[in-house]
Design a protein around this ligand. Structure first.
Ligand SMILES: [Zn+2]
Length: 61
């Protein structure tokens, strides 16, 4: 059996066990599938992109 680790999803801020890790940041599988299924014109899409930018472009000190 695999040891299930808990991670905090960067999108929904909830603790989940299953999901993907992008550049050491965790996105739960629910949010991942939501991103995939969200239309680019949907306002939610921009929220996801905003959250993802925090991974891709980390804040400089
Ligand atoms: Zn999530």
């Amino acid at each position: 059996m695999d040891e299930m680790k808990e991670h905090v999803c960067i999108i929904c801020s909830q603790v989940k066990q299953e999901g993907i890790t992008i550049i050491s940041q965790f996105v739960c599988e629910e949010c991942e599938s939501e991103i995939v299924n969200t239309d680019a014109e949907d306002a939610k899409y921009h929220f996801f992109i905003h959250q993802l930018k925090q991974i891709i472009v980390p804040n400089k000190v």
